[in-house]
Unconditional design. Sequence first.
Lengths: 831, 123
Amino acid sequence: MSKMINFGIDLGTTNSLIAKFEKGQVEVFKNPNGFKESLPSVVAFRNDRILVGDQARTYAEKDPKGVASRFKRKMGTTETIKLTGGSKTPVELSAFVLKELKNFVHSGEQVDAAVITIPASFDTVQSNATKDAGLAAGFKKVLLLQEPIAASLAYANKEKSVDLRNSQWMVYDLGGGTFDVALVKIIEGELTVVDHEGDNYLGGSDFDALLVEKAIVPEICRRGKFADLLPQMKSEKGKYNKLWYRLLHAAEVAKIELSTKTSSEIDLGLVSLEDDDGTPVDALLTVTRSEFEEIIKAPIDGTVDMMKKILTRNSLRPEDLNFVLMVGGGAYIPFVRKRIEEVMGISVNTSIDPTNAIAMGAAYFAGSKEFKSDTANATVHKNNRQLKIRTAYNHNSQESEETFTAKFEGDVSGLFYRINSDDGSFDSGLKSLLPKISEDLPLREGAYNLFTFSILDGSNNPVDVGFDSIQIAQGRYSVAGQMLPEDICLVVDDIVNKDTRLKRVFARNNILPAKGKASVEVGKTVIKGSDDEIRIMVVEGPSERHSSTNKPIGILLISGNQINRDLIRGTEVDLTFEVSESRDLTISAYLNGTGQEFSQVFKGTARQVVSKMLAADVLDLETKIQKEIEEASKNGNHESAEGLERLHSRIQSLISEVGSLVHDDVTDDRFKLEDKKRKLAQDVFELTASKRVDAAKSAYVNSKDEVGGLVSESGNDREKHIYREIVAREQTFVNSTNPERIETATGELDRLRWQILMRTPDFLVGMFEHLVASRASMNDQVQAKQFIEAGRNHISNQDWDDLKQVNGRLWDLMPSDAREAEDMRLYTGII
Amino acid sequence: MAQMPTIEVPKWALLLLNNIYEVERKLIRNGDPGNVSRNIEKMKGALAEQMLFYEDPMGESFKETRTDLEATISGSNTENLVVVEVIKPVIRAGDAAFSRVVQKGIVLVQSKDVGEGKKEESI
């Protein structure tokens, strides 16, 4: 069966990429471990592992005996590279890079054939060596394509309307570490490289080093006393060696920024930079684009000279060229484009993505080339070796590392294995498969650690052994009693419903120890020195229930006597909750308003019941039951009313029992009574839960209708989107037994309603008139008069934004009791 | 072998996290009389609710199997490496139970064997 090759590979000196042509489009694959499209063309042999790419590059400079890079330049030579893992030929090393690129193909499909690009300078031997590398990597068919041609194809496919017949151009490729320029021409309808030049040691990384040496270091030296800063930075054992790497990174960031901005700031604020006398040096440096341009001028002019040589050799004038097509990272630098245009007088074309153009061009070419395939649909090689695996490892662990071992029966020769963590933090590299293997796997604390296990043949094709995944739960399920049996919630006031509600801090089944945070607002002003207090109350039990039904496990009381200044309503309180393995609860509250911190530990064994609060709670519960009875009778709900009556008589006897408790009771009576109260509250909750849900549902439906009309009439696109989004997830809350979930959605709709109304002229005018009617009670009559006059002007001029502001100012003049009409007697004092 | 799909995190979110990290580090270095750390914690909390958080790999060991760090080795020894400087933290998407690396940490690493017994120099 024949099919298209489709895969194109840019096998670069410093970086390689893989792309695929499909249905007229090209996709450049990303490195699953690196979030980048490129794979550094570096291979490392360390500790029995074969590593390719970023991991290998880390060791490239410091462990040259174990790491091979820039081997593309040795392709086609007899030179072998002596490494700790044995001698390797450039072909073998290139094959490792190609095999690794196969892993980028996220669909998992097998790459049987590919177009691989080669520099224009490659001769027949070098080209054949590249082809051999492709075959060694397991491709059944390899086609070669010259890099300038590939770039030109990418251009031609992007700019389909451009007619390139009878034209010639140059492809200028300034990469990370190498430079190539080629003259491309269409001869008898075919793209041909006519001539080329290049420098194997010129690229973007050289510019970073130049920027450090010529701009950053001199500036640092101006700011402090340094005898030999640069040599000390460059020397492996130098005092400032770490700074060299830090600055190289900063220079790269600055270089990129200078492509779009005229200056860039280098902030070394995280490093305490001191000169030889120990005096701190100001760590904020500025590099300007003109400084950078001055620094790279000489090397760029060197590339221009190479272009001129090509023109001279081919008896061409600059105007004979249609354009210069720029690829490689250097194309991003405005000065490079400007300089070429300026000196050569030829327009520079940067319409294609300079970093992946060659791979894309190769893929376009691959999309037009056929090859015969016998395994077109196979994605996993069949296990013909009768390979059997037996694995052994702990599925649950408390350690930070766990050893995975596996034994194999069958022929393991020539096979490799590899283990990758699914979270992208671990890669074992390729390791030879032996009858028994073991690998230490790093585990993340408190997480499910998933790893992919694969066995690969010599061409990096997967071999199926029926086992491909390792799952280890760290810190879970291994010690009994370490999970929370119930939700742990904070009790806060619910101003709208004149009640309290629960805010979940830890969910049921949370692993202990656990730490949680919440920010709440103070719901009422607490005056310094007063007995007024706020209550940070933590209860245990289902978060959808009412606070009174759940078991209190800790109450941190902060009273006016403890604070050093008034705690103003609306200021924030940062709360931290910690539950230890033995279930001790620590509540810490930081009052942003006073800068004070309060903290208390509540022992898991010692329950907190304050007699005074218990009495108040019981009375509240009685009031609540009475109200519910009245409501149920009014609605003719006799069954509920009867049930509630029974609860009422129970609460009355409880009231007298609680009343007989002394303030400093030392018996366990208060705990028993608290239990009774909680059971009663649970019964009330159950009897009335359906009522709350019904009320919440009906409020939601009303809001939905009203806001729906408003949105379609006056809503903008964003508001329409928000409305549709709320309604679309209606099924997730409307059938819930938890009224709070429904109320939350209603709250969202209400916010939307206000948002729209606040710019609706009719509403603004109505609100204005309402405020004018309340003028007599306003605090400052002179100001009120001015605002009202301004408001009338805005109405006649139809300045609705200004009217909105006037309404706001008038509202501020209303007496505070009018504004706070909705206040309730707060229970906790926090919202 | 199919790959896990890549999680696309908007650049602004990464920029925000990287800067929050830098502010946090500067506060540790220069002191925090205005209690800015609390605001930092809140910002981190808000981002964690959006399933994004960072981790500081400072002091952790590094070897060739770690793929959540982009390391540069300082000094000549390549064994027993530890992170001695963090230029960018590791950013993860997810929650405590399962998360994935969405930005590799950029770090300088150095062999423990080199610095032993030597006063750590400031650069």
